[in-house]
Design a protein around this ligand. Structure first.
Ligand code: GLN
Length: 483
């Protein structure tokens, strides 16, 4: 049962081949058996899951239907879940039970999805390896000595290990697409504003966006359908109608103009990944796509700009964790200043502290113009590059990451080395564009992802291209040994 996709589960439930309760029990048992190897969950919610599964079975018995009705999922542990620990991967929030559900959580619950638990993540979503979690590193099911990517490493590892068919995730600089690439999944970062951020604990508010992680584009369409939509509680949510994403999966690729930026194939890219990307281009050409070389001239400035803007926003967002209102509080504070200092010093891990300091510095009087303002100007240039490119092409294609998943610990002592791995993903966040990563082959037994980017609100186009590719390739069907 654990090999089924969301689409297959929906058919099985509709045909009464099994019940949601049976499926939920099977997956909970599988998680108990296998998760100790990969550490993909922070909390399991068995009682909630079995209650939701029973309710979904009753709704189906009463004639209701729906692709998510009775479908098991999990939430990255930064989506607030009422009465359930929402830790953000941090000691700071280890004792935090959210008083309300995030909009994404509430919408998926209303659609009948069954929440199996909360997945592990880099602390406050800062990272690319899922090694900064206070709950320990997550292992990549494809090779337990390697990282699964981050910051949504728990969601990715759980889905890759067939512990469940799909999970929610968030992407501030690549945290849906990069772990998807590292674990042979399909992951979609929607257009900024497409999915509500209400109840999604903020890292960098102008970049954060929730989205689906699953094995196929078809499943991403199903999960995104349940997540997307206008939310008056999020002032950056956009009031655009949500199309039927599953219905967008049938378009021909004949004449589709694919732009391939020449800057993508620079010295930093593993040549074995470059070859797999070229193979995926050939595959799409066979399906009728037309390839065009394009240029994104400001791409080289994106990492420095992102690593000013994201920490700046984080330093502001994380100032609320002060040991007073909620979260961790140090023992026996001597006075108020000691309370602040020690609560934050003991509650936050080193990567979070580093980013708070970088961000506070970049925003401080005297440095604001030199760093923050300059980074915002670069952000506009990066966006303009995309707008120019999308005058000529329908999607942009390239690698998701310059290298496959690295070994656990390989980059933990050198944060900048890890930051450089985000080179292909962060530009979409700076511009607010939708992006998708899908499986494109293997290097040394480790999965490689190809990234597709599209104009604003063209999630359906991305999902369709990925779906057509997946109908003609089988990389996405490969399963890690032992799972
Ligand atoms: N690796 C990037 C960072 O550490 C992106 C993280 C994310 O998308 N949440 O900031």
């Amino acid at each position: 049962m654990h090999h089924m996709t969301l689409a297959e589960i929906a058919r099985g439930l509709a045909d009464k081949k099994f019940s949601s309760v049976e499926l939920t029990q099977t997956l909970l048992a599988r998680i108990a058996q296998l998760d100790p190897q990969i550490n993909s969950f922070i909390s399991l919610t068995q009682d909630l899951a079995l209650g939701q599964a029973k309710a979904a079975d009753e709704r189906r018995a009463n004639g209701e239907s729906g692709a998510l009705l009775g479908a098991p999922i999990a939430h990255k542990d930064l989506f607030c879940t009422q009465g359930i620990r929402t830790s953000c991967g941090s000691k700071m929030l280890d004792n935090f039970k959210a008083p309300y559900d995030a909009t994404v959580v509430a919408k998926l619950a209303a659609a009948g999805a069954v929440t199996l638990g909360k997945t592990n993540m880099d602390e406050f979503a800062m990272g690319s390896a899922n090694e900064s979690s206070w709950y320990g590193a997550v292992k990549n099911p494809w090779n337990l000595e390697h990282v699964p990517g981050g910051s949504s490493g728990g969601s990715a590892a759980a889905v890759a290990a067939r512990l469940l068919p799909a999970a929610t995730a968030t992407d501030t600089g690549g945290s849906i697409r990069q772990p998807a690439a590292f674990t042979n999944l399909t992951g979609l970062k929607p257009t900024y504003g497409r999915v509500s951020r209400w109840g999604m604990i903020a890292y960098a508010s102008s970049l954060d966006q929730g989205g689906p992680l699953a094995r196929t584009a078809e499943d991403c369409a199903i999960l995104l359908q349940g997540m997307a939509g206008f939310d008056p509680n999020d002032s950056t949510s956009i009031d655009e109608p949500v199309p039927d994403y599953s219905a967008s999966l049938s378009g021909s690729l004949q004449g589709l103009r694919i732009g391939v930026p020449k800057e993508y194939f620079s010295a930093g890219l593993d040549p074995r990944i470059a070859e797999l990307i070229h193979n995926s281009i050939k595959e799409l050409e066979k399906l009728g796509a037309v390839i065009k070389e394009i240029s994104l001239p400001n791409m080289q400035h994106a990492i420095p700009a992102y690593y000013v803007i994201a920490p700046a926003e984080a330093s502001s967002n994380l100032s609320r964790f002060d040991g007073v209102r909620f979260g961790y509080r140090c023992e026996n504070p001597a006075n108020l200043e000691d309370l602040y200092k020690r609560s934050r010093g003991e509650g936050f891990g080193s990567e979070v502290q580093r980013r708070i300091m970088v961000g506070a510095y970049a925003l401080s009087a005297g440095y604001y113009d030199a760093y923050y303002l300059k980074a915002q100007k670069i952000r506009r240039l990066v966006k303009n590059d995309f707008m120019t490119a999308f005058n000529e092409v329908d999607i942009i294609l390239g690698p998701t990451t310059p290298n496959p998943a690295w070994k656990l610990g390989a980059k933990s002592s050198d944060p900048v080395a890890a930051y450089l791995e985000d080179v292909y993903t962060i530009t979409a966040n700076l511009a607010g564009l939708p992006g998708l990563s899908m499986p494109a082959g293997f290097v040394d037994g480790l999965p490689v992802g190809v990234q597709l980017l599209a104009p604003y609100f063209q999630e359906g186009r991305l999902l369709n291209v990925a779906h057509q590719y997946q109908l003609n390739t089988d990389w996405h069907t490969r399963t890690p040994t032992g799972f």
